[in-house]
Design a protein around this ligand. Structure first.
Ligand code: FES
Length: 141
């Protein structure tokens, strides 16, 4: 399988990997088809992602996607972090093989869950996923 240099770099040297103590939000997302799981921890300050870490029990593409996604949302507002798409993550990695695009969806979904976990803990309404998103995820497998 052809992986870009960026994918290999983030797979071999993942950024922001680990656990955040006392996170403001935690998001867990699993892919029922491959059984891989991604966990995202966020700290929020002034409506921005002040810190973010991930744990991924999954394939190399999922690890590279989580690593890149955490770099891309660090310091961003919650609105900006919510808008990060799996396509943008895959693009930033110089592309993923077609059969591995679904792995990057895990990162987007886990970030959404972490943001909504934070929002609910703050007594706010959770934001809604874009319609058709999940469908797209499973179609691409
Ligand atoms: Fe499961 Fe990549 S094969 S996330």
């Amino acid at each position: 399988m052809d992986y870009s240099e960026k994918v290999m770099d983030h797979f071999e040297n993942p950024r922001n990997q680990g656990i955040l103590e006392n996170p403001d939000g935690i998001g867990v997302e699993g892919n029922p088809q491959c059984g891989d799981i991604m966990k995202i921890y966020i700290k929020v300050a002034d409506n921005r992602i002040a810190d973010v870490k991930f744990q991924t029990f999954g394939c190399g593409a999922a690890i590279a996607s989580s690593s890149m996604a955490t770099e891309m949302i660090m310091g961003k507002t919650l609105e900006e972090a919510w808008e990060l798409s799996n396509k943008a993550v895959a693009q930033a990695l110089d592309g993923l093989p077609p059969q591995k695009v679904h792995c990057s969806v895990l990162a987007e979904d886990a970030i959404h869950r972490a943001i909504n976990d934070y929002r609910v803990k703050q007594g706010l309404e959770p934001w809604e996923e874009k319609p058709g998103h999940k469908k797209h995820c499973h179609e691409s497998q």
